[in-house]
Design a protein around this ligand. Structure first.
Ligand SMILES: [Zn+2]
Ligand SMILES: [Zn+2]
Length: 416
């Protein structure tokens, strides 16, 4: 039996794993600059959490969720996204009582049973932030700024920001009315699902994937034109803050959100060179979600992005983010006493934070020197009978070939 990795998943192998590490560390760093702290939630949650947050009829819940029953018959799901678990934890741990604002970030694998394709996997790695506790548009801008800073920290230059407002439940009423008026003459041409949507939730008409329904979307009224005064004001203030923060953006009224808990700001980070899967990250306000999941009515905004596409984008721009690991020092030891001393040298070097390597399987001087060169190490430390007698070490710079003899006890201070 040859075991194979499940379809839609991948191993992160060296040296690629160094890039992942680098990207994650950069995100830790940038998130901290904004006062965000890490939260880790379990890989699986009660399936009901996602049914409640995404809606039972949503594609995620219906088709894409990895659902399983445990030994006691309880229904769980591998998390398909990060926001609902964070909100569950926020409510369960009363984080809202501890501080007016909760600034949380997370990263980790998420799971969706989806058709695998370039940049889309069944186990994929997301990073995201949630800012809970204020409806002020300044925080919308800050959350966006955090993501843009992260991308520029990595050196990405071609990522673009698109923003929109999806309004609130009040402006949605006017918008639903406008949508009904627009779709009414086409009602007979819509699919069965859309006929139901027309009655119950006209905004969902825009999400339909049936080509004949999709065709109507182009000329459909835009929610952006139906914002009420407070929502318009929120959006204008967001634009103002983005300008003050020198963040470029374009307004794209086509950014829609299928779920009712989304309010006001919606945004996406687009990377055009990635083709069909060109969204690096997406987010927005979800002022209605916390109450929907049983918490106190609390405004919030966040975003999530995928590491896979981020790494693809870095590749497209030819950004070399992490170099393969190479030893700082390679030990070349001749004779038994040298080997004994060599173990002490390794200990000293590693204690100094240097990557030191030795291979006891290579015995001849020639083979050891060859291995030292092949390893890409910056220095070799040579230790043979002469050096043992003098209690000294020979340090060789492997790129210049220069050698330097030092006293053994000087090793702890030697400037490598
Ligand atoms: Zn509104
Ligand atoms: Zn339809």
């Amino acid at each position: 039996m040859n075991y194979k990795i499940p379809r839609g998943t991948f191993d992160i192998l060296p040296p690629q794993s160094a890039k992942w590490q680098y990207v994650k560390q950069s995100f830790h760093k940038v998130a901290s600059n904004y006062g965000f702290e890490e939260i880790s939630t379990p890989i699986f949650e009660m399936a009901e959490l996602f049914e409640r947050s995404s809606g039972e009829s949503s594609d995620v819940v219906q088709k894409e969720m990895y659902r399983f029953q445990d030994q006691k018959g309880r229904s769980f799901a591998l998390r398909p996204e990060g926001t609902a678990p964070v909100v569950r934890s926020y409510i369960e741990n009363h984080l809202g009582m501890q501080a007016a604002h909760s600034r949380l970030y997370y990263m980790g694998p998420m799971f969706r049973y989806d058709r695998p394709q370039a940049g889309r996997y069944r186990q994929f790695y997301q990073y995201g932030v949630e800012f809970i506790g204020s409806n002020h548009p300044f925080y919308d801008a800050e959350v966006i700024a955090l993501e843009m800073d992260f991308l520029s920290e990595l050196g990405l230059k071609k990522a673009r920001l698109e923003i929109n407002s999806v309004g609130c439940s009040t402006c949605a009423l006017d918008y639903d009315k406008a949508l009904r008026e627009y779709y009414k003459p086409h009602l007979s041409e819509l699919c069965t699902d859309c006929k139901t949507r027309y009655e119950l939730r006209p905004r969902r008409l825009l999400d339909c994937k049936v080509p004949s329904c999709k065709a109507f979307r182009t000329d459909a009224p835009s929610q952006f034109d139906y914002l009420d005064a407070p929502c318009r004001e929120h959006f204008d203030q967001l634009c103002g803050y983005l300008e003050l923060m020198q963040i470029e953006y374009t307004i794209n009224p086509q950014i829609v959100r299928g779920l009712d808990y989304y309010t006001n700001t919606a945004f996406e980070i687009i990377y055009d060179d990635l083709g069909a899967q060109n969204s690096l990250a997406g987010g927005g306000r979800y002022n209605a979600l916390i109450a929907q999941l049983g918490g106190k009515d609390t405004p919030a905004i966040g975003f999530a992005g995928g590491f896979e596409r981020l790494l693809l984008a870095l590749e497209k721009e030819g950004i070399e983010i992490a170099k393969p690991l190479k030893p700082d020092i390679y030990l070349v030891l001749m004779g038994e006493i040298a080997q004994t001393t060599g173990m002490e040298i390794l200990r000293i070097l590693r204690k100094r934070g240097l990557y030191a390597e030795y291979n006891p399987e290579k015995t001849s001087f020639k083979a050891q020197m060859k291995a030292a060169d092949a390893s890409g190490a910056r220095y070799a430390i040579l230790l043979g009978e002469d050096e043992i007698k003098e209690n000294s070490l020979l340090i060789k710079d492997l790129s210049s070939g220069n050698q330097n003899k030092i006293a053994g006890k000087a090793l702890a201070e030697y400037p490598f």
